[in-house]
Design a protein around this ligand. Structure first.
Ligand SMILES: [Zn+2]
Length: 334
């Protein structure tokens, strides 16, 4: 008993942690619209703090650790970025390559291909900038006296959940209705204004890949892979995105579930990811150890508020691990 307790302490100390981000931008215009991006100066400050205490590992090093008895350095971190924003090349890459820190980007292939913005960005902008007083999503939502000053409340409490938790056809309908809240000329203006949310293009993805940045898949269309989605859609999102990335870059070994929290990963998605990738990543907080499932790997999202207090945040992630281990055990029984 005493022996195994000490063994666990030893393991605990050495468990690497994955931190994931979305974007980093030189200037935040609106903190609420750009809630998934960190400001460049804030990001640099955080990296400097982390560098004093942690060692940064690449995905290859982590794979080695998980498969063999490769000794992992104490206090190690892995950095990942979801969605594939252009600022990952223009802002993140120069900073992290200066500090010689490896990182991974999970791209959504159709956003890279067509340059389209992500649904949550469209929703936030539409709600914030519309001048319409009536918003109606048939059978789901009706607001007669809409005030755009309430946009973030409506977004966070109603629209975000509707987009993320509905079946794909309904999500598309909602996005179309929201898009129509704003005239085309205003869309062009706002898309230019919020360039933090512009996705990478293939030329930029290739440049990153050639510079040693690991590129993984984050689906074709960022559809959330919950149990309401048609099976064929889940298969396409996971398998086709890999095929496309492999064709463009030569390989694609890693997958990150869109949204990636407990209700965003159905059994079908897990099984397909397992057949097609060497590991898959969730957004459920926890640290890495040899007992975790390679297709339900925990990661912790670092948002603006967590960034300020990063060292304490990392300690909190370690504490959350028992919860993660229980969830993972239950999931694989399903
Ligand atoms: Zn995402």
């Amino acid at each position: 008993m005493v022996l195994s307790f000490f063994k666990n302490i030893h393991l605990f100390k050495n468990e690497p942690t994955i931190l994931f981000f979305h974007g980093v931008t030189p200037r935040i215009i609106d903190r609420e619209v750009q809630d998934i991006h960190l400001e460049e100066n804030q990001f640099i400050k955080m990296i400097k703090k982390l560098q004093k205490k942690y060692i940064f590992l690449s995905m290859n090093e982590i794979e080695e650790y998980r498969k063999t008895n490769y000794k992992i350095p104490k206090n190690s971190l892995i950095l990942q970025f979801d969605d594939g924003y252009e600022n990952n090349l223009k802002v993140v890459y120069p900073i992290l390559s200066y500090f010689k820190i490896p990182f991974t980007i999970f791209i959504t292939t159709n956003n890279v291909e067509f340059g389209t913005r992500f649904p949550t960005f469209i929703a936030k902008i539409a709600l914030k900038y519309t001048s319409k007083k009536k918003i109606e999503i048939p059978n789901l939502l009706k607001i007669n006296n809409y005030r755009s000053s309430d946009w973030n409340f409506i977004y966070k409490n109603k629209i975000k959940n509707l987009i993320k938790n509905s079946e794909v056809k309904t999500s598309h309908k909602i996005i179309k209705i929201l898009e129509d809240l704003i005239p085309d000329f205003l869309w062009s203006e706002l898309i230019e204004k919020y360039d933090s949310d512009k996705p990478l293009n293939w030329k930029q993805v290739k440049k990153l890949s050639n510079s040693g940045v690991e590129i993984g898949s984050h689906c074709c269309n960022h559809n959330i892979l919950h149990s309401l989605q048609p099976k064929e859609l889940i298969r396409l999102e996971i398998v086709e995105s890999k095929k496309i990335i492999k064709k463009k870059l030569g390989r694609c070994d890693y997958f990150a579930y869109p949204n990636g929290s407990i209700n965003d990963i159905c059994c079908e998605a897990y099984k397909i990811a397992k057949r097609n990738y060497s590991s898959a990543f969730t957004s459920i907080s926890g640290t890495l150890n040899k007992c975790i499932n390679s297709y339900l790997i925990p990661r912790s999202s670092i948002t603006n508020s967590k960034c300020e207090n990063i060292l304490n945040e990392i300690l909190a992630i370690k504490k959350n691990n028992p919860k993660y281990m229980i969830w993972q055990k239950e999931f694989v029984k399903r």
